[in-house]
Design a protein around this ligand. Structure first.
Ligand SMILES: NC(=O)c1ccc[n+]([C@@H]2O[C@H](COP(=O)([O-])OP(=O)(O)OC[C@H]3O[C@@H](n4cnc5c(N)ncnc54)[C@H](OP(=O)(O)O)[C@@H]3O)[C@@H](O)[C@H]2O)c1
Length: 302
């Protein structure tokens, strides 16, 4: 990354990936989106159209392919957890080379280990993103939140590469923090997301109803998740998490809830499943979380 112009591949150009791809392209970086044939065709022809009150409405040209064919400075991974294994076949380690960063934006805490089985450990620099962004059709992204914030971690990655990427994202308009402690960053997001996602999806109501009609369950679950997070190395405070839920607009929905409403497969295993596995590993009792995950998984456990 000696010069300022980066080459960034984006695996999964949807709500998150499509937004970041368009923002980076708009500021002069070379962006190669990796997607299925039809989406790659649309993106290669029409580019990515972003509709955003925060970033403005614009269309950005991107390259698009079904598979990575050359080394890049960074490869963003922005598919849903349920599509991760299949999608990674589009990023052969040989093509990526041994220098490019692999930067996953998925919610959850287990995917970095899966990536480190495929790519060199030092290349994997997990990120979390706080944003509300939706792929309404291939190449068309609606960004609804008045912000896009990224925490980029690089415990194992070369710091100058992580900093160069952070700088590029910053200049594209994304607020970026580079953090030292990968587990703390991933669990901080998980501890906020898991109670919100599990309860809004289980009851099919927005956050405002969860925090009033299901308050006792929200409090108990938030405390369980905070205890698992602390055991996993993230100093999470349940009271602070509850205060954040109380500050959100009452109509706020989780993306898991929106997936359920649309009949899409849920990221239940990456969020609820991972939470239960960590709880078991550290011997933290999580009766409320266990019950919710069981109910959401249904009788066949899927
Ligand atoms: N959206 C948000 O606001 C938000 C906020 C924070 C965190 N997250 C997390 O970010 C991750 C991505 O979520 P998202 O909402 O951006 O998902 P999304 O809008 O559904 O986008 C996923 C993209 O992955 C593509 N894809 C699926 N299977 C693929 C495959 N085998 N090969 C290549 N591409 C494939 C889809 O392609 P097609 O376009 O062809 O369907 C789609 O463009 C999730 O873990 C989510 O929890 C999302």
């Amino acid at each position: 990354m000696a010069n300022d112009r980066l080459t960034v591949a984006v695996l999964g150009p949807g709500g998150v990936g499509g937004l970041l791809a368009a923002l980076l392209s708009r500021t002069g970086h070379r962006v190669i989106c990796l997607a299925g044939e039809e989406t790659a065709r649309v993106l290669g022809t029409d580019g990515i159209e972003v509709r955003s009150g925060h970033f403005g409405d614009f269309t950005a040209r991107v390259e698009a392919d079904t598979v990575l064919r050359e080394p890049v400075d960074a490869c963003f991974v922005a598919v849903k957890a349920t599509a991760l294994d299949a999608a990674l076949e589009r990023v052969p380690a040989k093509a990526l080379g041994d220098a490019g960063l692999v930067v996953p934006f998925l919610n959850g805490v287990e995917h970095p280990a899966a990536l480190r089985k495929l790519y060199r450990s030092e290349q994997v620099a997990p990120a979390v993103i706080r944003v509300e962004s939706t792929r309404v059709s291939p190449g068309v992204i609606e960004h609804g939140s008045p912000f896009a914030e990224v925490d980029l971690t690089g415990d194992t990655a070369p710091r100058e590469r992580v900093d160069a990427l952070a700088g590029a994202l910053e200049r594209a308009g994304v607020r970026v923090r580079v953090q030292e402690d990968e587990a703390a960053v991933l669990w901080a997001k998980m501890s906020f997301l898991a109670p919100f996602a599990l309860l809004t999806t289980r009851y099919g109501v927005p956050l405002g109803d969860v925090r009033t009609r299901h308050r006792a369950e929200l409090v108990a679950l938030t405390e369980e998740v905070a205890a698992v997070s602390r055991a996993s190395g993230a100093p999470v405070d349940a009271a602070a998490a509850l205060a954040r839920y109380d500050a959100f607009p009452p109509g706020t929905k989780s993306s898991m809830q929106r997936d359920a409403e649309a009949g899409r497969t849920l990221e239940l295993d990456a969020i609820g499943g991972a939470l239960l596995r960590a709880a078991e590993r550290f011997g933290v009792p999580v009766p409320v979380a266990s019950g919710l995950v069981r109910e959401l998984a249904g009788p066949d456990g899927s």
